[in-house]
Design a protein around this ligand. Structure first.
Ligand code: HEM
Length: 387
C-alpha cells in the first residue's frame, strides 16, 4: 500500500520516486500521515496557484506553520490583503535598488571564497555558503553586524519540524520567538536611524497614506529574515550539490561563467530547496475523481511538478541547456517569490567566485544529513573535496 509522508526522513533523502508514483497513480492523494491532500502534477499545481480564491494561503503556507503567522505575512494572506502587503514590500525592494548591490555582492563572494584556496576538503555550507549568505542579506536587509551566526542558527531552526510528532518542537518555537524579538529590536532601531536598506524602507513604507500595522511589519520582517537566510542558503547548497555530481555541467560553467545563469534555473527545476508548500480549501473541490472538502489542507508539491514528464521531457536529466520555462522553484502566481532578483544575482556571483578558487570538486559523503523540514529540502552539511 503506497503512503507518502512529507515528514519522513525517507522522503527527505530521495523524494523523487515518491513523486513519480504520486503523479502517475495518485495525482490527488490523501496523505493520512500529513493529514492533507497532495497535488503533484505540474498542471494541477499551476491551476491551484492561479485559483488562490479556492486554494487559500490565509491559514498558512508552510507545511508545518508557525504560530501567529497565518493572516499576517505575505505568504499567509490572500488578495486583497496580500496585494496591499506585497505592494508595500515591493516598494521597499524597489527603493533599495537591488542592482546597486551587484558589485558589493561580487566583492563579498570573492572575499568569502579566498580562504578556500588553502583547503583540500571542506564543508561547503559552514565554510562558504552560510558566510556568504549572511553577509549579502545583512547588506540588503540592513541587519546589524555581530549576531550573524546566531540569527542564521535560529532561522534554520524555525523552518524545521519534528518528524515524529509532525509538529514544531519547543526548540523551533523558541527560535521563532527569539527571531520576533530580534526583528522588533531591528525595526525600532531602523525607525530611529533609517538607512538605505530593506527593513528601513519597509518598516516606514506608505503608499497613498496606507501603512502596515505593527504586527504586519514585525511578522513580515521575521519572514524576510527566515526566507532570506534559509531559502537562499538552502538553495546554494543544492546548487553546489548538483555541480559536484554533474561534472560536465560544472566544467562548462567554470569555462564560461555566463552559463551559471542557465544552470541555476535548471537547478531550481531539478531539485529546488523549496519543495512543498501548503494551501487550505475555501470550498469543496473535485479533482481526479476525489472530493476534497472545504477546510482541508492541500500540499502543492513544487519539487514534483518540476519533474513532471507531462511538462518537461526527460525530467530526471539535469540539463543546463534546458531553459525550463515556468518552473516552480520560486512558486508562482500571486505568491511567487519576492526574492528572485537577489537570489539569482547572489548565487551566480557566489558560484563564479567559488569556481575561481575551487574549479574541480566532488562530493565526499554518500548520504547527506538532510534538514528535518517538511517544506524545505537541503543538506545541513556538504563535504566537498578538490579534484
Ligand atoms: C533561491 C532562493 C529562494 C527560493 C528557492 C525561494 C522560493 C520561494 C517559494 C517557492 C515561494 C512561494 C511560497 C508559496 O507558494 O507559498 C517563495 C515566496 C517568498 N520568498 Fe522566496 N525563495 C528564495 C529566496 C528568497 C529571498 C532571498 C527572499 C528575501 C530576501 C525571499 C522572500 C520571499 C517572500 C517574501 C515570499 C512570499 C511572497 C508572497 O507570498 O507574496 N525568497 N520563495
Amino acid at each position: 500500500m503506497f503512503s507518502f509522508d512529507p515528514y519522513s526522513p525517507a522522503v527527505d533523502a530521495d523524494p523523487f520516486p515518491f513523486y513519480k508514483t504520486l503523479r502517475d497513480e495518485y495525482p490527488c492523494f490523501w496523505s493520512k500521515e500529513a493529514n492533507m491532500w497532495v497535488l503533484s502534477r505540474y498542471a494541477d499545481i499551476v491551476t491551484a496557484l492561479n485559483d488562490w480564491q479556492t486554494y487559500s494561503s490565509a491559514k498558512g503556507n508552510l507545511m508545518t506553520e508557525l504560530p501567529n503567522r497565518a493572516g499576517a505575512t505575505l505568504g499567509t494572506t490572500d488578495p486583497p490583503r496580500h496585494d496591499r502587503l506585497r505592494g508595500l514590500v515591493q516598494h521597499a525592494f524597489m527603493k533599495r535598488n537591488l542592482e546597486s548591490l551587484v558589485e558589493p555582492i561580487k566583492q563579498i563572494a570573492k572575499e568569502t571564497a579566498a580562504p578556500l584556496a588553502d583547503m583540500k576538503q571542506f564543508d561547503f555550507i559552514s565554510e562558504f555558503s552560510s558566510k556568504f549568505t549572511v553577509r549579502v542579506l545583512w547588506a540588503a536587509l540592513g541587519l546589524p553586524l555581530g549576531d550573524e551566526a546566531l540569527v542564521r542558527e535560529k532561522a534554520v531552526l524555525m523552518v524545521q519540524s519534528d518528524p515524529t510528532t509532525k509538529a514544531k518542537g519547543p526548540e523551533h518555537i523558541a527560535a521563532y520567538n527569539w527571531m520576533q524579538d530580534y526583528a522588533a529590536g531591528v525595526i525600532a532601531e531602523r525607525r530611529k536611524n533609517p538607512k538605505d536598506d530593506l527593513i528601513s524602507h519597509f518598516s516606514m513604507a506608505e503608499i497613498d497614506g496606507d501603512k502596515l500595522d505593527e504586527r504586519e511589519v514585525l511578522l513580515t520582517t521575521t519572514t524576510l529574515i527566515m526566507a532570506g537566510v534559509e531559502s537562499l542558503g538552502g538553495f546554494m547548497a543544492m546548487f553546489a550539490y548538483n555541480m559536484a555530481d554533474y561534472h560536465d555541467a560544472r566544467r562548462q560553467c567554470v569555462a564560461n561563467p555566463d552559463l551559471l545563469a542557465d544552470a541555476i534555473e535548471e537547478s531550481l527545476r531539478f531539485n529546488t530547496s523549496a519543495q512543498r508548500f501548503r494551501r487550505c480549501l475555501t470550498k469543496d473541490t473535485e479533482l481526479h475523481g476525489q472530493v476534497m472538502k472545504e477546510g482541508d489542507f492541500v500540499c502543492l508539491t513544487y519539487g514534483s511538478g518540476n519533474r513532471d514528464e507531462r511538462q518537461y521531457p526527460n525530467p530526471d536529466v539535469y540539463d543546463i541547456s534546458r531553459k525550463p520555462k515556468g518552473h516552480l522553484g520560486f512558486g508562482g502566481s500571486v505568491h511567487a517569490c519576492l526574492g528572485t532578483t537577489i537570489a539569482r544575482i547572489s548565487v551566480k556571483a557566489a558560484m563564479e567566485a567559488f569556481h575561481q578558487v575551487v574549479p574541480e570538486y566532488r562530493r565526499v559523503q554518500e548520504q547527506l544529513p538532510w534538514l528535518p523540514s517538511s517544506t524545505f529540502r537541503s543538506p545541513m552539511r556538504l563535504e566537498l573535496a578538490r579534484g
